[in-house]
Design a protein around this ligand. Sequence first.
Ligand code: 0RA
Length: 646
Amino acid sequence: MSKDYQASNINVLKGLEAVRKRPAMYIGDVSSRGLHHLVNEVVDNSIDEALGGYNDVIFISINKDGSVTVEDRGRGIPVDIHPIEKISALEVVMTVLHAGGKFDKDSYKVSGGLHGVGVSVVNALSEWLKVEVKRDGKIYFQEYRLGIPQADVKEIGKVNNKETGTKVTFMPDGEIFTTTKFKFSTLAERMRELAYLNKNVSISVKDEIEDEDETFHFKGGIVEFVKYLDEKRTVFHKPVYIEGEKDNVPVEIAFEYSDAYSDNIFAYVNNINTHEGGTHLSGFKTALTRTFNTYAAKNNLIKGNKKITLTGDDFREGLTAVISIKVAEPQFEGQTKTKLGNSEVRSIVEMLVGEKLSEYLEENPAVGKKIIEKCARAAEAREAARKARDLVRRKNVLDSMHLPGKLADCSISDPEHTEIYIVEGDSAGGSAKQGRDRRFQAILPLKGKILNVEKAKLNKILENNEIKAMIAAIGAGIGLEFNAEKARYGKIIIMTDADVDGSHIRTLILTFLYRYMKELVETGRIYIAQPPLYKIKKGKEEIYAYNDDERDKILLRFNGSSSDKNENNESNLPKGVTISRYKGLGEMNPEQLWETTMNPETRTVLQVNIDSAAAADKIFETLMGDDVEPRRAFIEKNAKYANIDT
Ligand code: 0RA
């Protein structure tokens, strides 16, 4: 072995060690989220090949043994001997940090994920990884353990010269991740999004364990994305599609108006959802308002009430839009590094949208007229809502000085240490009030159904007592005037019964928080309490089970025999063991509620985080729309919001 090889080998080992020592620095975290990020990291490389025009299919599978395979028909990772490292380029790409693009400076490489760390990071965090490359009529192979090659790259077969591609299979390292179980829905959700954003690629996801599979290929790209987002809404026109490129920044936008009250704008930079917005988004908003206002004035479209001027908000009511741009060197800023900072992008997007949208409106005057009329109605409603809000404000209902009567506040006031439980029903609220630690836990019981904010105008929303109570208790305002810094509690914990009604109420509360206090959702301050489903008793011993799996494990421990699916069939139970199923929070006494669900030392709470805003929007729309059937089906299938928390 040459000296050079040994020298570079030491650097490789150091690199891998750094990744394994501080995995979160490279992939964000080591929870389920970081785990799925590994797949995204490999897929991003396949997408890069597609952006360069070299690849049109990606296959992903969760294999029987729990490993994941990502296969593409790109050019295949180069395998020739690297001039400096003196080893196969394939080995360099797989073992050296950030080596992915080294060979390929000119290529149109803008993908690369939020962290953009390369496949070597996936390799370093895998118990084992196998790569197969088809290139130059041959199949090459190499295998690694914890990122370390087990042998040199070898040729293992021949193929047709034109057949090229890369296939990576990896088993995440259980020593690194808190969970190594891949979820079909998490992968599928991201692949659906990628397929909309990259219309030339077909992406298949398969789960060999749960026996699920789905293929995503949308020839209409983001136009289809917008239609999908608005599937359950009534739209006013066909989506407007704008495409162009300026100063090497390709811009693609699709939007349409529906009868919804909120706006739903999804902005992507290099396929990454920029939750916090940035220059591309503000460029779009500015251009939209200006272009429509100019068009309306020129064509004399705003009649009647001359006092009304249309604002940016009016042009965004009911707007569903997808913005997708590519930037060679994106600067990501903000709390979650999802805000685009590149200042040149603002004017690029603004000019392109201004120009192309004016053209579109000249060619499609009927659509233009409909949009302006719709936005003018929004302006009138906004004016009415403002009056209603002023009235409410004058009555001090929104003022945090006047806390709602049924709030049992905590004694500490520093939000850093406090939490509020929003509880379904007065009786559970009563137990929670008695069971809580009153120093830092506040309780707000809500009674009956919460208003569905998806289906109501702002003035109606502000008349709803349960909503007023939440606004006043949290004390940070709502909507555009929301100020997270004023929030009176660090954590907002939603506690509802573990039944279909409970999950409906939880969704209504979440929808309200998502639409009107979004920042709390985005910064991870919303949680869902996890009350137990069962109490299992044997003699004096009492154990709580939070799901069916846990129940079965406990029963197995008691007697070595698991209960049947039918939990009411007593004869299946081990001798002397009883199970009670909690139907509602109200069935627990205050001590039990504290012990199982509220004590920070022993409880588990689910943090609500929205990795895919588009998915969240879709979920709320499905759950809150008029159709009862899909809602019921969804709730039954996803008892715990599989798609919005991790
Ligand atoms: C380095 C250079 C080239 C392609 C790739 C890496 C590559 C990596 C992955 C990972 C998964 N699929 C991939 N496909 C390609 C450029 C190849 C060339 O210049 O021919």
